[in-house]
Design a protein around this ligand. Structure first.
Ligand code: FAD
Ligand code: EPU
Length: 303
């Protein structure tokens, strides 16, 4: 048994890349037992906060975040089949895979996620997405550890269908043997595709690309909306699908800008961002009140 999870009042904006969002109680968990404890009451799960838009009022539920013990980049060696903790930062993982001459993660270059968030969003680019290498995950659902194959996670374009209330704890990837030089060469195009993206506070692309040949960024650009600003929220000059926070944007500024964009773009645009405490956003997960016993072993079954 571990010590009780560490709890702290935080401003969620400080833990997201968009830097918008009010207070919540953060539960930093270091062990499966902590997750079981933290998820007894209604909760949400926070990764690196790079795809999150949070209300100024914050959220009343517990916000569960995996701590250092779930960040296991150090365990990555030359093996092609490996388990990594879900708090492992994706940028470090991509760099290390390149140095080790392991291919498969090049398309994730420049994505500021941790692995759990990358699973939940099936993060990627047109050069590759996490589902290309993901084989299995371990997660805690309803207070009990489980293992699920990637095929059971409903992974698609910026989408997953994890079981309700799942906290991903470990991730199994299968990489392909290559050489550091070849992996680095494959990353050149991925890096080049990022040069037109803003470097200031954002949560990446705000909208998913709609069906069809023209992406959301190009549609917003064609509508003449780059530079459109409401309060401190602005459509980036560099890329139409990035909403940037100039300094102290409120959630209201960002919501008003989203509506202004939607009103002027002739195609319906679906938000890619996950939203907490906001209209149409993600509801919190209910807590598991029954408190299943944790056995230390992991239940393995396919769904
Ligand atoms: P968070 O934003 O913290 O959370 C996202 C979702 O994942 C939430 O619903 C959260 O509850 C859930 N989640 C997080 N951890 C877990 C867990 N352990 N178990 C269960 N659920 C969990 N995305 C792309 O796909 N491609 C890009 O090219 C890209 N470029 C970006 C560039 C910039 C500059 C920025 C700021 C963002 C970019 N993004 C991109 C968006 C973002 O990085 C991805 O969506 C990423 O997968 C989010 O991961 P995260 O760890 O930050 O998750
Ligand atoms: N374009 C414009 N104006 C703009 C933006 C883009 O005309 O303001 C044009 C570009 O010139 C290019 C085309 O639109 O011809 C596509 O642009 P880009 O290569 O930037 O790709 P994207 O579809 O806009 C997607 C992902 C990004 C990912 C890049 C690179 C989505 C919603 N966006 O952007 O992902 O980094 O490709 O692969 O799928 C994210 O999901 O958060 C994200 C940043």
């Amino acid at each position: 048994m571990s010590a009780a999870p560490e709890r702290e009042r935080v401003r969620l904006g400080d833990l997201t890349t968009l830097k918008v969002g009010g207070p919540a109680e953060l539960w930093l968990v270091e062990h499966t037992d902590d997750i079981v404890e933290a998820t007894r009451e209604p909760f949400r799960v926070l990764g690196a906060g790079s795809n999150l838009f949070v209300a100024d009022e914050g959220v009343p539920e517990r916000v569960v975040r995996l701590g250092r013990t779930f960040s296991t980049l150090d365990e990555m060696d030359g093996r092609t089949d490996l388990w990594l903790g879900a708090a492992t930062p994706v940028p470090g993982l991509v760099r290390r895979a390149q140095r080790l001459g392991l291919s498969g993660l090049e398309g994730l270059l420049g994505i500021p996620a941790v692995l759990g968030g990358a699973v939940a969003m099936n993060a990627g680019t047109r050069f590759g997405q996490l589902s290309d290498t993901l084989r299995e995950v371990e997660l805690v659902v309803d207070g009990a550890p489980e293992r699920l194959p990637a095929a059971a996670l409903g992974l698609g374009y910026r989408r997953s269908a994890l079981p309700t209330g799942a906290v991903v704890t470990r991730v199994r990837l299968t990489l392909t043997p290559s050489t550091p030089e070849r992996v680095a060469a494959a990353m050149v195009a991925v890096d080049a595709a990022r040069t037109g993206q803003p470097k200031v506070k954002s949560a990446g692309c705000a909208f998913k690309n709609p069906e069809g040949d023209v992406g959301a960024g190009a549609l917003i650009d064609r509508a003449g909306l780059k530079g459109l600003r409401i309060g401190d929220a602005m459509v980036a000059h560099e890329h139409g699908n990035f909403i940037v926070n100039h300094a102290h944007a409120s959630a209201g500024d960002v919501l008003a800008l989203i509506e202004a964009i939607r009103a002027r773009v002739p195609v319906p645009l679906e938000l890619e961002w996950r939203r907490w405490g906001l209209p149409g956003g993600d509801p919190p997960f209910p807590g598991h009140f029954l408190g299943h016993a944790v056995t230390g072993s992991v239940r393995a079954h396919a769904r």
